[in-house]
Ligand binder design. Structure first.
Ligand code: NAD
Ligand code: MN
Length: 482
């Protein structure tokens, strides 16, 4: 039953015009757009409207072979031979063109993936460009990154990205690979290939030597073919833990280097001395940012018992004000769920949570008739052993647990197969150091959540994967040190 809205906003939709999406996209191999050998294409839709946006080439084994071969040739013929400073210039040029085409990229990202335009415009696209700027700077300074050592490129890197931050993940992967002198074959996720294909256009426009970056599109099988290819030196993967394990098995016994950035179940910990209103905002941002399609989302909330009642009340009030709807509307807080399949997964976890005996609360906002949407929600009375507290939901669903002491919350936070991220909210600096030292997670935010910067490394412990992306540490997986 829909209650009356607390207030009405006039719609403020962004125009679709700047996206300039082509009817069809081919494979970007050896600096040229090439038709797929199989002649087959798949559709990418807009999850907010269920409209087809474009047709995208499906790469088969012959195409994967062609792309890897062209990356190898480009490595031997051009990329290995040019000076590091020259490499830096190319990367810098990519960043500049991304900035010039920022609006086009933001609108495309929002239409293809469902995230609010405010996020693609103010976060995804600028942060992706900043990644290229940052790694452009490292290209000719590798001697300083690895003092007293010589860093050499590995060769050809095969990279596979997920659908939650399509362009940003492509930037996280391509920028450090190029800076360290590797060439690339990258496969984006099948529901969100468009901004990566536009990045291929940008790479063409930046006049990179042909084959230095190849973009091949397709579903999981295309990714699997890439991981199996014998002439690849390194695989970088971001996605589900399940596929991460498959890739690990594929690579076992080979010489390929591997980095995996997988799922998470971030513990966001609120102590009674935390600034309550700021913490409420931080929790909201931690879980509802990008529809909860965030591997480092603060999806497990631990609130100290003494403030639990007031904190949960404030969270519920705030959830009631979040605007769910048209991702192209600048007012929208929560856009569309990326795919019908992901929406089904989220809905099935909501059922599981209810069956496990947790109490469910959701916003009473109206949802658009078309498209894949989900109200922001939370569970209270959650037990540590519940599936909703242990497994990744990857949607706008928060699980709330309580604790009394520091030791107790550390034990609970660490009781997870994952270890990607955590948050700690408290007035005491000593407590921040104590907690963050003892929590097994790659990124721990203090009195904040979901902040990113190209200079800061990102990556997990345990089943959240290994290896770091971003920062000086992000160069390491792409070099051989001697
Ligand atoms: P996924 O792991 O299946 O897909 C990620 C990428 O891997 C895509 O490009 C996909 O085409 C490719 N892929 C699929 N199977 C492959 C294989 N056998 N070999 C090589 N590449 C393969 O993830 P998904 O199905 O899109 O999402 C499922 C779950 O993954 C989500 O519910 C969420 O829990 C998690 N996820 C995590 C992240 C993250 O950032 N860590 C991102 C997206 C999804
Ligand atoms: Mn799409």
């Amino acid at each position: 039953m829909a209650k009356k809205k607390k207030w009405d906003y006039s719609p403020a939709p962004e125009s679709k015009q700047p996206a300039a999406i082509s009817r069809r996209y081919e494979l970007f191999i050896n600096g040229k757009w090439q038709q797929p050998t199989s002649g087959s294409y798949f559709s990418s839709i807009n999850p907010a409207t269920e409209e087809k946006l474009s047709e995208i080439a499906a790469a088969n084994e012959a195409d994967v072979n062609k792309a890897v071969q062209s990356a190898r040739l480009a490595y031997e013929k051009y990329w290995k031979k040019i000076t590091p400073a020259e490499r830096g210039k190319y990367i810098f040029r990519i960043a500049r063109i991304m900035q010039e085409r920022a609006r086009e990229l933001a609108v495309t990202e929002t239409m293809d993936g469902g995230k609010p335009i405010r996020e693609s415009r103010d976060f995804d696209i600028p942060t992706a460009a900043n990644h290229f700027f940052y790694y452009a700077g490292w290209a000719d300074k590798l001697d300083f990154a690895f003092p007293n050592k010589k860093a050499s490129a590995l060769g050809v890197a095969g990279q596979i990205t997920p659908w939650n931050f399509p362009l940003l993940m492509a930037a996280w992967k391509i920028a450090p690979a190029l800076a360290t002198g590797n060439t690339v074959v990258l496969k984006p996720a099948e529901t969100t290939s468009l901004t990566t294909l536009k990045l291929a256009e940008i790479i063409q426009e930046a006049d990179l030597p042909p084959g230095v970056v190849n973009i091949i599109t397709g579903a999981g099988q295309t990714g699997a073919l890439l991981t199996k290819h014998m002439d690849i030196n390194k695989i970088a993967f971001t996605g589900s833990t399940e596929v991460g394990k498959i890739i690990q098995r594929t690579l076992a016994g080979s010489q390929k280097k591997l980095t995996l950035e997988l799922g998470g179940k971030g513990a966001n910990i609120i102590f009674e001395d935390a600034p309550i209103d700021q913490a409420v905002e931080g929790v909201i941002n931690g879980i509802f940012f990008n529809q909860g399609h965030v591997c480092c989302a603060g999806s497990r909330l631990y609130v100290q018992e003494s403030i639990a009642k007031i904190f949960i009340k404030k969270l519920k009030d705030r959830i009631g004000t979040l605007l769910v709807g048209d991702p192209l509307d600048k007012n929208t807080d929560i856009g569309a769920i990326n795919s019908a399949q992901q929406l089904k997964t989220i809905q099935s976890y909501i059922k599981i949570g209810k069956a496990e005996g947790a109490s469910f609360y959701e916003s009473d906002c109206a949802l658009p008739k078309k498209g894949y949407f989900c109200r922001p929600s939370l569970f209270t009375n959650v037990a540590q052993s519940n599936r909703i507290a242990q497994e990744e939901i990857f949607g706008p669903v928060l699980c709330i647990l309580t604790f009394r002491t520091d030791d107790e919350v550390i034990e609970k936070a660490n009781n997870s197969p994952y270890g990607l991220s955590a948050g700690v909210w408290t007035d005491k600096g000593s407590r921040i150091f104590n907690i963050s030292k003892r929590i097994r997670a790659g990124v721990i935010w203090a009195n904040s959540y979901n902040l990113f910067d190209p200079t800061s490394p990102f990556g997990g412990y345990k089943e959240s994967g290994f290896g770091r992306e971003g920062g000086l540490q992000g160069l390491q997986p792409y070099v051989q040190l001697s």
